[in-house]
Design a protein around this ligand. Structure first.
Ligand code: EPZ
Length: 429
């Protein structure tokens, strides 16, 4: 299994092009199930999760075609992939495929909307928490589906098609919002979805669905109104830049010091995190090319934060910010409010020399810590990358095992960091 070896001590200087967002790409790909015509997605990142989802979609009958190399707006070579679900030949998403990636459960929405039946394996728990699907099932039931759970599968049908409804989510969920939104585009009549997640990836999906002929209003707000249409047509859509990748590299520069342009980044999508970095003493400058992140020799200040749904501080940057706060001069507190078990990186950061105590859902970090290289591993993507950025400032070599987590969500990680002066390499064993 591959590992990544980071030798700490180098500042980061240069340019990092920001890739298309993983968490926008996945629902956009799933939206291709809603139409018999091609959906062409531009700026699709090379990620293991994208490949896993391609396997699931092709099992339903989706054809895909990767177009030749393209340069995207920030000079990087994003992929253009065309997805065509001309005929859906199989409405079952089997356990073997869904268990590999949780978001694949989301196919239940478009399958029900277009085919009026779906049998989708329940995704189960995962390393960061139990992650139930109750709100997916409640919203689809409200739209008229009958759903039974049998042998680990959600078996859903809506014989006459889905019907518009006024539905309020009892908690903010990104996935449940994506699914109810996709499903209601083809429902009869008007649907109002309240207490929706407002993450930029939801807006990206809604804009793409509108380009496919859907009638969605309220995009960017917590209430989405959808006038159902009979069918959706093809479209071409460019995936938005990855705000979590942007925040991760911004925190990496904040740790090592240096001067890096995050090319193509969209600062509005991570305003909370950027304000936090400024409070910590990091230089953030918005340019017409993206975001410039700088830190000179000045000490970092400790800052407290709790994760919240957008526009709050994202849980997907919690681990990276914790790594950063090990370098701050004083005590900081980071509270995880979204997932109950998203602290798997804490003990690994401690192995690198961090001084972190857990008090329930709050981590108390006493900096500045002297980090020294060690063997580490993590059980999820963002935790893994927090160990990589900690390795950039640790004394000596840090070996991050289980690299497949990183490959799920960070495109060309080693190349991007190496180009800015980091010493990082992938080692096959
Ligand atoms: C999305 O997961 C992201 N995944 C996650 O990114 C991200 O951490 C998360 O949103 C929160 O921002 C993708 O976009 C592919 P949720 P999702 O439903 O949709 C509870 C990464 O590293 N909940 O918004 O699964 C749930 O347990 C990842 O890229 C219910 O109780 O997250 C959690 O506590 C990991 N019932 C909270 O809501 C439900 O039916 C928010 O989860 C659904 C969710």
């Amino acid at each position: 299994m591959d590992s990544i070896v980071v030798t700490g001590g180098n500042k980061l200087n240069g340019v990092i092009p920001i890739s298309g967002a993983k968490n926008a790409t996945l629902p956009l790909m799933i939206a291709s199930l809603l139409s018999s015509q091609p959906l062409i997605l531009q700026n699709v990142p090379h990620l293991a999760d994208v490949e896993s989802l391609i396997r699931i979609l092709t099992n339903h009958g989706v054809d895909y075609r990767v177009e030749g190399k393209r340069r995207n707006h920030n000079g990087q070579q994003g992929r253009n992939i065309s997805f065509r679900a001309e005929e859906i030949v199989d409405t079952t998403a089997p356990y073997e495929l869904v268990s590999k990636m949780r978001a694949s459960f989301w196919v239940i929405g478009p399958l029900l909307a277009r085919m009026h039946v779906a049998k989708v394996s329940l995704p189960g728990g995962c390393a960061i928490g139990t992650r139930p699907v109750d709100m997916f099932l409640e919203s689809l039931t409200a739209l008229g589906a009958k759903i039974e759970i049998e042998n680990g599968y959600a078996i859903a049908e809506a014989p006459g098609g889905l019907v518009g409804v006024d539905f309020t989510f009892n908690k903010v969920s990104v996935g449940a919002t994506h699914v109810a939104l996709m499903a209601s585009t083809l429902a009869k009549g008007k649907t109002i979805l309240r207490n929706c997640a407002r993450e930029p990836e939801i807006g990206d999906l809604a804009n793409c669905l509108n380009a496919m002929g859907a009638k969605i209003s309220g995009i960017g707000s917590g209430t989405l109104t959808i006038e159902g249409v009979k069918e959706l047509h093809g479209a071409t859509h460019t995936v938005l830049p990855d705000r979590i990748e942007t925040g991760t590299y911004a925190m990496a520069v904040a740790m090592t010091g240096g001067d890096v342009l995050l090319k193509g980044a969209r600062p509005d999508d991570l305003r909370f995190a950027l304000d936090l970095l400024v409070k910590a003493g990091v230089g953030i400058e918005e340019t017409n090319e993206g975001l410039r992140v700088t830190r000179n020799g000045a000490a970092l200040k400790p800052v407290d934060v709790g994760t919240e749904p957008f526009p709050g501080f994202p849980t997907d940057l919690q681990a990276q910010f914790m790594a950063l706060m090990t370098m701050a001069d004083g005590e900081s507190r980071i509270t995880e409010n979204i997932f109950e078990n998203r602290f798997m990186h804490v003990q690994e950061l401690v192995r690198l020399g961090a001084n972190i105590d857990l008090e329930g859902k709050t981590a108390v970090i006493k900096g500045p810590c002297v980090l020294t290289g060690a063997q580490v591993m993590a059980t999820d993507l963002r935790a893994s990358v927090s160990l990589v950025i900690a390795g950039l400032v640790a004394d000596g070599d840090t070996t991050v095992n289980r690299v497949y987590h990183l490959d799920r969500g960070f495109e060309h990680l080693e190349e991007k960091l190496t180009a800015c002066g980091a010493k990082i390499e992938r080692v096959s064993s």
